[in-house]
Design a protein around this ligand. Structure first.
Ligand code: FPP
Length: 240
C-alpha cells in the first residue's frame, strides 16, 4: 500500500451521531475528540507525514452560541491537555487558519503548542481552526499586494508557487488524500487550493465512529487510484 504523505479530514457527523443516540450535540463533539486521538495515532502508525483536520471553520461562528463555546472549549482542552502526550509521541502541532481575530488566550495556547513541538518529526498535525479556504487565499492576496506595494515583489512574480509558499500549509508535502466523513460530498471551504489534485474519499461513517480501519481503508483506496495530474500517464507520487 502506498501511504499518502499528506491526509486531510473533514470530521463531519458529530451532531447526527449524538442525535441518533438521544444525546446532545456536545456529546458528539466530545466523542469526535476521541476519534481525533485515535486517528492521530493511526496516522503515525501507518506512516502518514502530515494530517490536517478541520476542527472549526471560519463559518462555524454562526452556530448557536452554546455550541460555539463547546467547540472552543474542546479545542482549548485538546491543545492544553493532549499536548504532553502529542509531544511524547513525536507529533508536531501547527494551527492553520486566521489568527488575527482569535482571542489572546487561545492564541497563547496555540503558540505554546507550536513552540514545544516544533522539532518533532514523527507526524505533523495541522489543526484547521478559524479556517476557511477563501479567507486563506484572500490573506495571501493581501500579503502579495503589500509586498508589491513595498517594492519587494514584481507583479510578474505572482505565480502559483508564490501563492503556495504563502498559504498556511507552505512548505508541507502536497495534499494527497482528502477524506470527508458523515455522508456529504462537498469541500465546505476546506483546502480548496491544496486539494486541486488530491484524491477525495467520502464515507458515510460519522466522525465519532471513525478509527484505524477506516483510515487504512481510505488510504488503500487512495493507493489504488491512478493519479495523472492532468496528463495521460499515471504518476506514482506527487512532488509539488
Ligand atoms: C462537524 O460535525 C464537526 C465540527 C463542526 C467540528 C469538528 C470538531 C471535532 C471533531 C471535535 C473538536 C476537535 C478539536 C481539535 C477540538 P457536525 O456538528 O456538523 O455534525 P452534523 O453534520 O452531524 O450536525
Amino acid at each position: 500500500m502506498v501511504t499518502a504523505r499528506h491526509v486531510a479530514i473533514i470530521m463531519d457527523g458529530n451532531g447526527r451521531w449524538a442525535t441518533a443516540r438521544g444525546l446532545p450535540r456536545s456529546a458528539g463533539h466530545r466523542a469526535g475528540v476521541e476519534a481525533l486521538r485515535r486517528t492521530v495515532r493511526a496516522a503515525g502508525d501507518i506512516g502518514v507525514e502530515v494530517l490536517t483536520v478541520y476542527a472549526f471553520s471560519s463559518e462555524n461562528w454562526s452556530r448557536p452560541k452554546s455550541e460555539v463555546s463547546d467547540l472552543l472549549g474542546l479545542f482549548r482542552h485538546f491543545v492544553e491537555r493532549d499536548l504532553r502526550k502529542l509531544h511524547e509521541a513525536g507529533v508536531r502541532v501547527r494551527m492553520i487558519g486566521n489568527r488575527s481575530t482569535l482571542a489572546g488566550d487561545i492564541l497563547t495556547l496555540i503558540l505554546k503548542a507550536e513552540q514545544l513541538t516544533a522539532d518533532n518529526g514523527k507526524l505533523q498535525l495541522n489543526i484547521a481552526f478559524n479556517y476557511g479556504s477563501r479567507d486563506e487565499v484572500a490573506r495571501v492576496a493581501q500579503q502579495l499586494a503589500a509586498e508589491v506595494a513595498a517594492g519587494h515583489l514584481a507583479v510578474d512574480d505572482i505565480s502559483e508557487d508564490a501563492i503556495s509558499s504563502r498559504l498556511d500549509t507552505a512548505g508541507q508535502p502536497p495534499l494527497d488524500l482528502l477524506i470527508r466523513t458523515g455522508g456529504d460530498r462537498r469541500l465546505s471551504n476546506f483546502l480548496m487550493w491544496q486539494a486541486s489534485y488530491a484524491e477525495l474519499v467520502f464515507t458515510d461513517t460519522h466522525w465519532p465512529d471513525f478509527g484505524f480501519d477506516d483510515l487504512v481503508a481510505a488510504v488503500s483506496e487512495f493507493s489504488g487510484r491512478e493519479r495523472r495530474y492532468g496528463g495521460l500517464d499515471a504518476v506514482k507520487s506527487a512532488t509539488g
